[in-house]
Write a protein that binds this ligand. Structure first.
Ligand code: NAI
Length: 293
């Protein structure tokens, strides 16, 4: 059981969407909250909202693709407010299109934010959390794209599957330590992710996909506007954190596609009777089995 009340939480992407929902849910449960985001105008706007509601938050501008900046921000926050014990690694961006149209800037931007942003978080937080030895929880927001691929979503899917792989590995590596880990994989959420390109840096602007016109944003918004509201999603996350559950998968509409995928993979996977060397490998302890699977 991870207690939320009284802890200091750091929420990346906290000025919008999923992260903002998490910040609100954390405040309701008595946590103190730091929101970190690259968009200063959003930080200012939500800060004013929280202030007016009588539940102030600490807002910091952070480009999480910059490891030194990330470390500097966390050092400064902890020096002033004390140890961060809840890390919500939530910020992320998306841009879609067929892989044959992708430029290297398209690849770099999404990998920088979604994957390196997560890697930087681990580099910054793991040593200090382990050294302090107190009760911590890291929550990585990936996506159902961490399990399922769709046409036109290749770069995003590559980053989300990588986030799942590293978060599952992290849970193994941190077993028995003072850090718990959870992986949130949402389906559609009604957020501002249709405006992702507004946070794309100028030095990575060469794109083979769409450019973020009003029409682009409207088309993308139509895909998510009937998705789950971020605060409702955050409720599932808080329950999972309190119960120390690893997978947070609150979207029943993905049961059928995941069952289909599992059936297809199991159908393709060789059976022991198909392979004359199987018994030998098992007797020699060749990797394959796991008590977690
Ligand atoms: P959002 O666009 O509403 O919020 C993301 C925030 O991240 C924005 O405020 C943006 O300024 C910030 N951000 C972008 N680049 C950054 C950087 N370099 N450094 C710091 N902050 C940066 O989007 P949403 O939907 O709330 O996304 C949050 C997470 O949820 C992402 O990881 C996304 O992949 C995931 N997700 C969203 C789904 C959806 O339908 N909205 C579905 C599945 C997963």
């Amino acid at each position: 059981m991870t207690a939320i009340s009284g802890k200091l939480a750091f929420v990346t992407g906290g000025a919008s969407g999923v992260g903002l929902g998490q910040a609100k849910a954390l405040l309701r449960r008595g946590a103190r909250v730091v929101i970190a985001d690259i968009m200063q105008d959003r930080l200012d706007a939500v800060c004013a909202e929280f202030e007016a509601a009588g539940t102030p938050v600490v807002a910091v501008r952070l480009d999480l693709t910059d490891l030194d900046a990330y470390r500097g921000v966390v050092d400064a926050v902890e020096a002033e407010y004390g140890p961060i014990q809840l890390l919500f690694n939530t910020a992320g961006v998306s841009q879609f299109g067929p892989l044959q149209a992708a430029t290297m800037d398209d690849w770099r931007w999404q990998i920088d934010v979604n994957l390196y942003g997560t890697i930087h978080a681990l580099q910054v937080f793991l040593p200090r959390m382990l050294e302090r030895g107190d009760d911590n929880h890291i929550i990585v927001t990936a996506s159902m794209s961490a399990f399922l691929s769709l046409p036109g979503c290749g770069i995003y899917t590559a980053t989300k599957m990588a986030q799942r792989g590293l978060t599952e590995s992290l849970a193994w590596d941190l077993e028995g330590t003072n850090i718990h880990v959870s992986l949130l994989c949402p389906g559609a959420v009604n957020t501002n992710i249709h405006q992702s390109l507004r946070a794309r840096p100028a030095h990575l602007k060469d794109t083979g996909f769409y450019t973020g016109t009003e029409e682009d944003e409207a088309r993308l918004k139509a895909v998510i506007e009937h998705g789950m509201e971020p605060e409702r999603l955050a409720g599932y996350v808080m329950e999972a954190v309190e119960a120390n559950r690893f997978y947070i998968l609150p979207y029943p509409e993905f049961r059928a596609p995941l069952e289909d995928l599992q059936a297809e993979v199991m159908g393709a996977l060789a059976r022991p009777e198909d392979d004359p060397e199987y018994e030998m490998r098992i007797s020699k302890g060749v990797p394959g089995g796991s008590d977690k699977q």
